[in-house]
Design a protein around this ligand. Structure first.
Ligand code: COA
Length: 532
């Protein structure tokens, strides 16, 4: 019997407490998402609409198949920075004429849709996703180009945007650009490097230099239309493959282009799967407000996998890491989930073995994070915790099956790496509002700093100010705590979004479907030298 039997007491006080803490965090998250949705605010939105233009998300909505989902990525990009939440760009995965595409849309209501350093990071991440999963890219363009005051941060690295477009094309991954407005200077290379282009009558402006710049450079008198209008590009320069009369016509033509791409998924979609037996809504009440209290990840697995059916691997060995096989929306997955927080030698060895098995069988891996890291202390160092942790990290780093990571709770220290943190290139990484990630916990970090400062003072023969130390500790703790939170980390593009736990199965299902556009092939060898 491989059906998970839940022990979650949904009538108990703990469940109610966890649930209410999670709902509070979700309300705070909604408020931040609303900022991204509001774009440049009422004034610029009204001006944009007054020009008879659609908003970025409205363009996307018309582009994707009716009633199909759009998995928006990194909506909190730029959170906590000087720039507008969302980074003046919308990115995500949507289905166009039955084809899963990576869609990007500039938000022209935010500083003319200009790209700041976070816009660039977000756009490059979108390209990475398109590459890894072989998703056609549809760019809905209307941008003032580089955000000029921050040009030093984006000009040189920004060249990668155009490089990526042509590399995608070279890899046989189609690229489509629909130009709704300004796409000048470097921006002109978005249509310039795309396989297919659509331009709109009296709307598209695609030129290397506008009339003032041309006047300055050569003295020539010109105007927008003759330099870079849709009609000119469709009839004269040949940069426009398709001439649209308005925005909706352009979107209709983009849909026709995608319909004719003959883009096929490497693996057919699995048949409709049974939902989990347990209610996904109950995912709200599992993670404790205080992450020091452990929780059983099987309760989470039972609410995200098909039929709550889970074949556990080595359940009696290395019990602080739960590993096993399941299906999620019909796709086979191997799951690694932290159970007690700490990773010991046995857990690390178990993980390395499990990851190798998934690679032999071409099964994607799902990492459910709640770890404070690898165990420290004399007994564990002598027992070889470094080499066993290294073994797990080696397996994760060289594994070739697609990885999905979800930060449910803690994701600290090298545990974040071993569980396929951002630097280990999971195909997608999402966080729950309850997640926290940093080099270590805030109290531990502040405590370490204090011990080091005290020792340093003693070495110099100086007295140590205990009062100042307590103040400093509190300050450091507060700073590290705020830098560990999901919105802060999402703002820096360290995940692909902060999600409602109740949406986990849906989000992972959409990701798995996108992932299977490319072949899923594990590593048969090619791991680093395992220290035994
Ligand atoms: N960098 C920084 N800020 C920019 C910007 C850019 N590239 N483009 C526009 N903005 C700002 C504007 O200063 C304005 O700010 P404000 O409202 O606080 O005054 C806001 O964004 C809206 O711009 P506005 O010109 O009013 O909007 P528009 O919709 O009428 O025109 C553009 C949009 C993009 C056509 C126009 O702003 C423009 O030509 N920008 C410069 C384009 C350029 O040459 N970029 C360099 C490319 S490398």
């Amino acid at each position: 019997m491989t059906f998970i039997t839940s022990a979650l007491d949904t009538g108990g006080p703990e469940y109610r407490e966890h649930r209410s803490a999670m709902l509070d965090k979700l309300a705070a998250l909604d408020a931040e998402h609303a900022k991204a949705l509001a774009g440049g605010g009422e004034k610029y939105t009204a001006r944009h609409r007054g020009r008879g233009k659609l908003l970025a998300r409205e363009r996307i909505e018309l582009l994707v198949d009716p009633d199909s989902p759009f998995l928006e990525l990194s909506p909190l990009a730029a959170w906590g920075s000087d720039y507008q939440v969302g980074a003046s760009l919308v990115t995500g995965i949507g289905v166009v004429e039955g084809v899963e595409c990576l869609i990007t849309a500039n938000d022209p209501t935010v500083r003319g849709g200009a790209s700041n350093p976070w816009t660039l990071k977000k756009a490059l991440r979108a390209n990475e996703i398109a590459f890894a999963n072989r998703l056609p890219v549809v760019s809905l363009v209307e941008s003032g180009g580089a955000d000029l005051p921050s040009q030093k941060e984006i000009f040189i690295p920004g060249g990668a945007l155009f490089r990526d477009l042509t590399r995608l094309s070279a890899a046989g991954i189609p690229t489509v650009a629909v130009v709704f407005g300004n796409s000048t200077a470097g921006g002109a290379y978005v249509p310039g490097m795309s396989d297919h282009t659509v331009m709109i009558k009296e709307r598209s402006k695609v030129f290397l230099g506008g009339p003032p710049l041309v006047k300055m450079a050569t003295g020539e008198e010109s105007d927008d239309e003759s330099l870079g209008g849709a009609e000119m590009h469709a009839r004269t320069s040949g940069l426009a493959d398709h001439y649209a009369v308005d925005e909706t016509d352009a979107i209709r033509q983009a849909r026709r282009i995608v319909a004719r791409l003959n883009h096929r998924k490497a693996q057919a979609d699995p048949p409709l799967a049974a939902p989990p037996t347990y209610d996904e809504d109950e995912l709200l009440g599992i993670v404790p407000g205080d992450l020091k209290t452990p929780f059983d990840p099987r309760e989470v697995i039972a609410r995200i996998v098909d039929g709550s059916d889970f074949d556990e691997f080595k359940p009696l060995y290395g019990t602080s890491l739960t590993t096993g096989w399941a299906r999620l929306h019909g796709y086979p997955v191997g799951i690694l989930a932290n159970a007690q927080g700490v990773l010991f030698s046995a857990e690390s060895q178990k993980a390395a073995q499990f990851i190798q098995l998934a690679n032999q069988r071409d099964i994607p891996l799902l990492f459910l994070h709640n770890t404070t890291g690898y165990m420290v202390g004399k007994e564990y160092e002598q027992g070889g915790i470094i080499k066993h942790g290294a073994m797990m990290i080696n397996a994760v780093a060289n594994s070739r099956v697609p990885h999905l990571s979800v930060l449910m709770g803690a994701s600290y220290g090298a545990g974040h790496y071993g569980m396929c943190g951002r630097a280990y290139d999971p195909r997608f990484l999402f966080a729950w509002p309850s997640a926290k990630s940093a080099v270590m916990g805030p109290q531990q970090l502040a405590g370490v700093l204090s011990i080091v400062a005290r020792a340093s003072a003693a070495a110099k023969g100086q007295p140590y100010d205990d009062e100042a130390d307590a103040g400093l500790r509190a300050l450091v703790e507060a700073q590290i705590e705020s830098e560990s939170l999901p919105m802060f980390l999402s703002g820096r593009l360290y995940d692909d979004g902060v999600i409602d736990p109740r949406d986990t199965r849906t989000v992972l299902g959409l990701c798995l479907s996108a992932i299977h556009t490319a072949p899923v092939e594990g590593a048969r060898g090619g791991f680093g030298v395992f220290r035994m």
